[in-house]
Design a protein around this ligand. Structure first.
Ligand code: AHG
Ligand code: MN
Ligand code: MN
Ligand code: MN
Length: 335
């Protein structure tokens, strides 16, 4: 019989052995993320009551106005990970450069680096719409005992050992993978515990939702315009439904449950689209594949792209396998 009351803490312990490196360190790392997520959740939930909405007054390296919650979430996740001395480095959407963490006795002997989007969908904070946090975890490639280097962060997504997101929605959920499927845990805020509510999450192979910022239509490549027209044509189960929240985590989460495709293509204005390969595309692509879905830049598997820069962007087509393959067909036909 399937368990219905398993907590995230119990799940991590029970599944530790199935993880290929099984050192306990990754479990501690996910535990730290779960803790930081509770703190951020608390702050997000009272955003309308305290002075935490609105712009923080600075621009980040992406050229975006940082919101107060971007800064708060960034500091909370970084500080929680530093305090626990379990990672050797962190890279974040909100920081120009990666952070080196010396760890216990300043020996640089922790194995993992974390890359993150601390607050995803931050333009939605002030209007009370779901936001999220995205994280991506790799083993370092440079020798332990030395400070981390750029190459530890510039690994292709297929080297991720874990990835996940937290969605601060109607309920707060933590969804993650260590390469053995995707599991979702819902926070019971009354007691501060996450319970396994969505075991073995799977993208439906097909779907009827497409998610894209259609306001940019005139700037899209011809393949995307053709695919949008295909989604809107009256034939078979089409026209599809259009749903776009404007926060990747929320759009992805809905599409994984209901079946759909998320697209952020390149455009005449942004040659690689908007989403960040390391903090957004790679972790979502790992989750998508682990849930039977697909993620591509229109021509190539996202997880096989070799990054060259920390804040690099990539066009992103992600979701139900058959829908992503159809979008790729249109992209390649118009190329
Ligand atoms: P972030 O808030 O972390 O900067 O990410 C915003 C991203 C993503 O979450 C969302 O899907 C997309 O930007 C929305 O962009 P547009 O407003 O251009 O559609
Ligand atoms: Mn941002
Ligand atoms: Mn984001
Ligand atoms: Mn962000």
């Amino acid at each position: 019989m399937e368990k219905t009351n398993q907590t995230l803490g119990e799940f991590i312990i029970e599944n530790q052995e199935s993880f290929q490196y099984s050192s306990g360190e990754l479990s501690r790392l996910i535990n730290s993320i779960r803790l930081a997520a509770k703190v951020v959740n608390h702050e997000v939930n009272k955003a309308g009551l305290v002075d935490i909405t609105g712009a923080a007054g600075e621009q980040n390296i992406q050229g975006e106005q940082q919101q107060k919650l971007d800064v708060y979430a960034n500091e909370t996740f970084i500080q929680t990970l530093i305090n626990r001395e379990i990672v050797c480095g962190i890279a974040s959407e909100e920081n120009d450069n990666y952070i080196t963490i010396q760890g216990h006795n300043e020996k640089h002997n922790n194995k993992y680096v974390v890359l993150m989007d601390p607050l995803d969908g931050s333009s939605n904070i002030d209007v009370n719409v779901s936001v999220g946090t995205i994280f991506s975890i790799y083993r370092r490639v440079t020798p332990e005992g030395t400070p981390v280097e750029m190459e530890d962060f510039l690994q292709p997504g297929n080297k991720q050992v874990a990835a996940g997101y937290i969605i601060y929605g109607t309920s707060t959920m933590l969804v993650y993978t260590t390469g053995c499927g995707v599991n979702g845990f819902t926070l019971n805020p009354a007691i501060g515990t996450y319970y396994l509510s969505h075991p073995n999450m799977q993208f439906p192979e097909d779907g009827n939702i497409y998610s894209i910022n259609e306001g940019n239509y005139v700037h899209f490549p011809q393949g995307v315009k053709d695919y949008i027209k295909y989604c809107q044509a009256e034939e078979g189960d089409r026209p599809y439904t259009s749903r776009y929240i404007g926060s990747l985590v929320s759009d992805f989460h809905r599409n994984m449950i209901k079946g759909g495709i998320y697209m952020y293509p390149k455009s005449a204005k942004a040659s690689n689209g908007k989403l960040r390969l390391l903090y957004e595309c790679n972790p979502m692509a790992f989750l998508a594949e682990q849930a039977g879905g697909k993620a591509s830049n229109g021509f190539q598997r996202i997880l096989d792209i070799k990054p060259t820069e920390l804040h690099q962007r990539a066009p992103f087509f992600c979701g139900s396998k058959n829908m992503v393959e159809k979008a790729e067909e249109f992209m390649q036909a118009a190329d």
